[in-house]
Ligand binder design. Structure first.
Ligand SMILES: O=C(O)CCC(=O)C(=O)O
Length: 204
């Protein structure tokens, strides 16, 4: 289940996440990609060290009523679930017995789009719940780095792959998608989360 391209100078070690290659079949991948063409992706502006930048990718958030998230101090209102996303949510419920009530879809238009090293420890995430990530399209490297020891692992995430990040991983590890300028194709990533409904309700 776990196939890691570990950095060459390190002995194989236990990864902090579970990887399932080809979790989605070709038909499921095609239907999701077609539906994603209608998603209202946006590229929010964030402030880093006092300067404003568009994030280096596009994103959209789908979730149940009241399940809003904060992204870089800005509230993101939930879009309503789409049919293929709902089917995927139901498949995850059947396979993992977790009912994820929100999914962040990130679109990496090519290898110049990326996601910096971070952990998903936002307060609106239900404590002790996992995050499941599903990748479509171009293969991209997924890097994890231990917060204290700085130990790093890298593996390629391919079309249809699933990564399950247990809750404890967010406390001890960072993860990210580095820039890869040779990648020309688009990649989509879906991170399914359990959100506390109403957590940001008063802020709207
Ligand atoms: O694109 C990926 O595989 C990672 C996405 C991610 O880290 C996130 O949405 O927080």
């Amino acid at each position: 289940m776990q196939q890691a391209d570990l950095f060459a100078d390190k002995a194989p070690q236990q990864l902090p996440f579970t990887h399932i290659a080809n979790y989605l079949n070709l038909k499921q991948r095609q239907l999701l990609l077609a539906e994603a063409e209608t998603y209202p992706f946006s590229q929010p502006i964030v402030t880093v060290y006092g300067k404003q930048h568009p994030i280096p990718r596009q994103q959209v958030w789908f979730a149940d009523t009241g399940c809003h998230i904060k992204f870089s101090h800005t509230l993101i209102a939930a879009q309503t679930w789409r049919p293929m996303l709902t089917k995927l949510r139901q498949k995850l419920l059947a396979d993992f017995e977790v009912d994820f009530n929100g999914v962040l879809v990130n679109q990496y238009r090519n290898g110049l789009d990326q996601m910096g090293m971070h952990c998903d420890d936002e307060p609106e995430i239900v404590p002790q719940t996992p995050i499941v990530s599903i990748s479509l399209g171009a293969s991209r490297d997924f890097v994890v780095q231990h917060k204290q020891t700085k130990q790093r692992h890298m593996m390629s995430l391919n079309d249809g792959d699933l990564v399950l990040m247990p809750a404890r991983m967010q406390q001890t590890w960072l993860h990210g998608i580095p820039k890869r300028s040779k990648v020309m194709q688009m990649r989509l990533n879906y991170t399914f989360r359990q959100i506390i409904a109403g957590y940001h309700q008063d802020s709207f």
